[in-house]
Design a protein around this ligand. Structure first.
Ligand code: FAD
Ligand code: NAD
Length: 466
């Protein structure tokens, strides 16, 4: 039987990064994945394919709606070839997952294809292409998550679908009803409205992106409304029924009335659930809590000390970069180091256009904590760079401690915010004040100048360009 210092179950961004870091630290490492391609949800049916379709549909929108204002004339009609667009997405996925195969070889990590299940706390049975049993001193559970569903919805995966199917549709829906105005619903809703679908978003809470700062929800809601999407907030879905090629969604509104929506596709995007099916965690004494998450302490150690868990299968944000941080954290912990993760500084990004990005506390959270804070906000439309490219929607908002000026949260919506948020994370990691940000140089003309201006506004209400 092959013996390892560490065996990792699951090859998503949590698992494969943990395996690389373990190998870098000199540990003999195995990685077990039940599918034939590595990379987990993120690379196969999550981050990467969704961003590929967002980029392709953005190009289409630019060509059909914005080229003209830039003086670009396209002779003839610009058309979508969905089959080709989906094939390109798959090529991007294949190239990216292939890159993980290369990284495993480069780091001498043994990869086993098959379902991993615990025999006991140091042995894992593998069922699949590489069937057998391996032994490991330490084990990292990185089994990720699957789409969750509402108990009364039967997902037929043809017309009543999850994100996985929405990434490979064969036609552009005529009317896509999106249940859940969270990250998946908005990113994929935007892909399909750009490609010509009518889109209705049915959300249970009173705003989209309910966990983000309310100012961002409001601004993105405007963008969707401008694109003629129906944004049905405070609607509790009661039933979803398929009749031939039609899908009928019934939801109760705030007044208690039953409202009916008819479409040809329904995307169910109401969150994801931790995935431990078939893992046989009990055999190793690993506790699963009543939310289905593997229970971990502050060292990401499970109830069995040599077994750790990371990523979507444990508490916290279900984000690829959070899973990666935890993968590195556990590898370094096993190696005897003392790593640290500040969960408050894990940024959240929605890759719509304009992009939405945030780090730290929201205004709602600061109010709930009775924290006294100042706000500095700056609109992109006041920037030369934004006007030059025609991306003038959105703003950067900086929240800083009223007394010390320390930055407590940064919330932004606009062009390139997914990348701009890195500056805010860096500043907050070094506990910068708003004045610190306002005093270092930002290249001109850039979108990043909005961060400096928002910092100036927060420092002393002295933004220069508004
Ligand atoms: P996963 O990526 O889910 O990987 C778990 C792996 O474990 C899977 O490959 C699974 O097959 C395998 N596995 C499970 N059980 C076993 C077993 N018993 N034996 C062997 N293998 C097993 N996050 C972002 O940060 N940015 C984004 O832009 C983003 N976009 C997304 C878009 C979509 C449509 C979706 C669905 C998700 C998106 N996410 C995004 C979330 C991100 O994909 C997850 O947070 C991330 O993949 C979690 O990583 P993980 O390693 O914990 O688990
Ligand atoms: P989510 O939690 O972001 O959004 C789910 C939405 O569904 C919420 O707004 C919620 O209020 C709503 N909802 C719940 N029950 C409902 C009901 N009965 N009727 C109507 N609405 C209801 O979940 P998601 O969009 O499915 O995404 C799942 C996970 O994947 C998220 O945790 C997210 O972090 C991750 N993800 C991240 C990215 C990114 O980082 N860009 C992209 C996609 C997915």
């Amino acid at each position: 039987m092959n013996s390892y210092d560490v065996a990792v179950i699951g090859s998503g961004p949590g698992g494969y990064v943990a395996a690389i870091r373990c190998a870098q630290l000199g540990m003999k490492t195995a990685l077990i994945e039940k599918y034939s391609t590595l990379g987990g949800t993120c690379l196969n049916v999550g981050c990467i394919p969704s961003k590929a379709l967002l980029s392709s549909s953005h190009h289409y929108e630019e060509a059909t709606k914005h080229f003209e204002e830039h003086g670009i004339e396209v002779p003839g009609e610009v058309k979508v070839n969905l089959e080709k667009m989906i094939a390109r997405k798959q090529a991007v996925v294949d190239q990216t997952t292939g890159g993980i195969d290369f990284l495993m070889k480069k780091n001498n990590i043994d990869v086993y294809e098959g379902l991993g299940s615990f025999v006991d706390a140091t042995h894992i049975k593998i069922e699949g292409k590489d069937s057998g049993e391996i032994e490991a001193k330490n084990i990292i559970i990185a089994t990720g998550s699957k789409p969750s569903n509402l108990p009364f919805i039967e997902l037929d995966k043809e017309r009543i679908i999850t994100s996985t199917e929405a990434l490979k549709l064969k036609e552009v829906p005529k009317h896509m009803i999106v249940i859940g105005g969270g990250v998946i619903g908005l990113e994929l809703g935007q892909v399909y409205y750009r490609l010509g679908a009518e889109v209705t978003v049915v959300e249970y809470m009173d705003r989209i992106l309910p966990t983000m700062d309310a100012g961002l929800s409001k601004e993105l809601n405007k963008v969707f409304k401008k694109a003629k999407c129906k944004m049905m907030m405070s609607h509790k879905v009661q039933s979803v029924e398929r009749k031939g090629d039609e899908v009928i969604v019934k939801a109760e509104n705030k007044k208690g009335e039953l409202v009916e929506f008819k479409g040809d596709y329904c995307l169910v995007s109401v969150g994801r659930r931790p995935y431990t099916d078939g893992l046989n965690a009990e055999a190793a004494g690993v506790k699963i809590n009543d939310r289905g998450q593997v229970e971990v302490n502050e060292h990401l150690q499970t109830s069995t000390p040599n077994i750790y868990a990371i990523g979507d299968v444990v508490r916290g944000a279900m984000l690829a970069h959070k899973a990666e941080e935890e993968g590195v954290f556990v590898a370094e912990t096993i190696a005897g180091q003392k790593p640290h993760i500040d969960y408050n500084l894990i940024p959240g990004v929605v890759y719509t256009w304009p992009e939405v990005a945030a780090v730290g506390k929201t205004e709602e959270e600061l109010k709930a904590e009775n924290k006294e804070y100042k706000v500095g906000q700056f609109p992109f439309r006041a920037l030369g760079r934004a006007r030059a490219s025609g991306d003038i929607d959105g703003f950067v908002k900086i929240l800083a401690d009223k007394t010390t000026d320390e930055v407590l949260g940064v919330h932004m919506i606009g062009a390139r915010c997914a990348d701009l948020i890195a500056e805010a994370v860096t500043a907050m990691e070094f506990r910068a004040s708003a004045e610190d940000i306002s005093r270092y140089s930002h290249a001109h003309p850039t979108f990043a100048e909005a961060v400096k201006e928002a910092a100036l506004a927060a420092t002393d209400d002295r933004a220069l360009h508004v």
